[in-house]
Design a protein around this ligand. Sequence first.
Ligand SMILES: [Zn+2]
Length: 125
Amino acid sequence: MTDDDYYPPVSPISAGLPGKCPRCGRGHLFKNFIDVPPACDACGLDYAFADSGDGPAVFVIMIAGFVVLGFALWLEFTYEPPMWVHIVVSLPLLIVVCGGLLRVLKGVLICLQYRNKAAEGRWEG
Ligand SMILES: [Zn+2]
């Protein structure tokens, strides 16, 4: 019996989207915007395992690139606006979409990593 057996399973999606702890689903997974604190403030789960690496960034690039670039191209070819319109409209849209997606996807990927016990390979000794 480990500490993990004490907690009922939490869906990685329902815990990860709002940035909650993957074990208890109540504690905070993020300290500031996307910084992961050393441990859960509710159940004490050690977050040392949490290493989503470049995973969230890849999904952000794929999704935001498709959505925001698609919007910018549509705007350009439909209205042919001056360049400052893209700086005022498309650039802030890109920053908001990337920032929002990065936090959400990082939370989901860390929760999936916890659920699936994903880590670097180690030799069994
Ligand atoms: Zn917790």
